[in-house]
Design a binder for this molecule. Structure first.
Ligand SMILES: NC(=O)c1ccc[n+]([C@@H]2O[C@H](COP(=O)([O-])OP(=O)(O)OC[C@H]3O[C@@H](n4cnc5c(N)ncnc54)[C@H](O)[C@@H]3O)[C@@H](O)[C@H]2O)c1
Length: 398
């Protein structure tokens, strides 16, 4: 193949090359037990010839619930020092959105990598929820223009969405994820035993992302979720395990096969329900979790889809009932907040969403259950109707 063509007449060198990415997403329990070789196998598969200098950045919310984990990690790396060794003890970062709300933690993370003399062959192991993984992944991407990254997601949402994909980022200028990169990890390890210590909201939040992808991609998955609402609400292990695996698989399939893993086009199919969700999160100053905000966003867009005859009324009712039965919200007072000009604040969220994507305003809607279509205009009198409808539905259901 000709990778560099020479057009002398126009003084242009035309450059073309491909970069193949591949990384495993593994499922296990008790990943830092010295007899668990999931991490070792994943690293060995990457042809690591000599022991790697490693740093571990870990989520404080996780450590608060598992105080002995830090020692366990040190012991684990000590045991496997022929493969990788710790440059220093695991570093604890705050968990939750505050870790990605400023540059401070990115500066600290890169400073620690620098002080530990981590080079481009060194490994950063990030352990925590989606927020910590987003911040640490961004730091890993920019330090020395990229060090190796292993993600160990510890919330439902990070195991089936935030921690398994190719994006990272922090929030700036009052906008979610306005700074960040596309930087695929080298390995992802989902340890289901971490989910035990999550609060109910953080446990169930990830199920909203499962509804999102089921509604636009896989009707049989929606049926599964609908059937298992009560079990998911009771934190049934089998039900959540299957939910995470199926949801992760659909996300990964999109990244690998959509033809646009780094989202260069105008459309963002996996952001169904997210244009309002991101704004709701910001308006709540992050007192509302990402998953809960996505659940409300899905309900609102489903109403919109019904009003455009993209789904029928029975389907709308099934979606709202299933979200509610799982313990996810379908309405919030943040939907009704107005700006000084009398516009709904979430209306401003739509323009911010368009700017984030670039190009033509494009949002994904369900078209029947399990299929999707794209719309390019949002009619706000229907959105207002939807807010009133969901407010009533929410009061009636609870
Ligand atoms: N990069 C992406 O592709 C992508 C996709 C979706 C969402 N996200 C981002 O992910 C973030 C949300 O992630 P999240 O839902 O995982 O929430 P989170 O990271 O905010 O974590 C929620 C809380 O759980 C705590 N925690 C983490 N693991 C725990 C455990 N095992 N036991 C007890 N507590 C634990 C954290 O300290 C935090 O307080 C948002 O910032 C969102 O924008 C990123």
């Amino acid at each position: 193949m000709n990778h560099l063509s020479d057009n002398n007449s126009q003084n242009i060198f035309e450059l073309k090359f491909d970069q193949i990415y591949n990384y495993p997403v593994c499922f296990t329990r008790d990943v830092f037990n010295i007899s668990n070789n999931t991490l070792i196998k994943a690293i060995a598969a990457k042809n690591q010839a000599q022991a790697k200098k490693t740093l571990v950045f870990i989520d404080k919310g996780l450590i608060n619930q598992n105080p002995r984990l830090l020692k366990k990690i040190v012991k684990y790396f000590e045991h496997h020092k022929n493969l990788f060794y710790l440059a220093k003890d695991p570093v604890v970062f705050p968990g939750g959105e505050c870790v990605k709300n400023s540059w401070d933690h990115v500066h600290l993370a890169t400073r620690i990598m620098n002080d530990s003399a981590l080079d481009r062959h060194g490994v950063l192991v990030a352990v925590g929820g989606g927020a910590l993984l987003d911040m640490a992944g961004f730091a890993a991407a920019i330090f020395h223009r990229g060090v190796q990254l292993i993600r160990i997601p510890t919330t439902t949402l990070s195991q089936n969405d935030a921690g398994i994909g190719v994006k990272n980022g922090i929030n700036q200028y009052g906008k979610k994820n306005s700074i960040g990169t596309f930087y695929p990890p080298n390995v992802v390890i989902n340890d289901l035993s971490f989910l035990k210590t999550l609060t109910f909201d953080h446990f169930i939040g990830g199920v909203a992302e499962a509804f999102k992808i089921a509604l636009i991609r896989d009707d049989s998955f929606f049926l599964f979720l609908e059937k298992n609402c009560s079990l998911l609400k009771q934190r049934d292990q089998k039900a959540i395990q299957e939910t995470i695996k199926r949801c992760a698989r659909l996300h990964l399939d999109h990244i690998a096969n959509s033809g646009d893993p780094f989202e260069t086009g105008s459309s963002r199919p996996l952001d169904y329900g997210h244009w309002s969700a991101h704004k709701i999160e910001m308006l709540s100053e992050f007192s509302m979790g990402h998953g809960q905000a996505v659940s409300i966003g899905i309900a609102l867009d489903s109403y919109y889809a019904w009003r455009h005859s993209l789904i029928c009324r029975t389907e709308l009712d099934r979606i709202i009932t299933a979200l509610n039965k799982c313990g996810l919200p379908v309405w919030s007072p943040y939907l009704e907040i107005m700006d000084a000009k009398g516009l709904l604040e979430i209306e401003n969220g739509l323009e911010e969403f368009r700017q984030h994507l670039g190009g033509r305003l494009t949002f994904t809607m369900p078209h029947g259950i399990g299929r999707s279509c794209e719309l390019h205009k949002m009619d706000f009198h229907i959105v207002r109707e939807g807010i009133s409808f969901l407010k009533k539905a929410s009061f009636d259901l609870n």
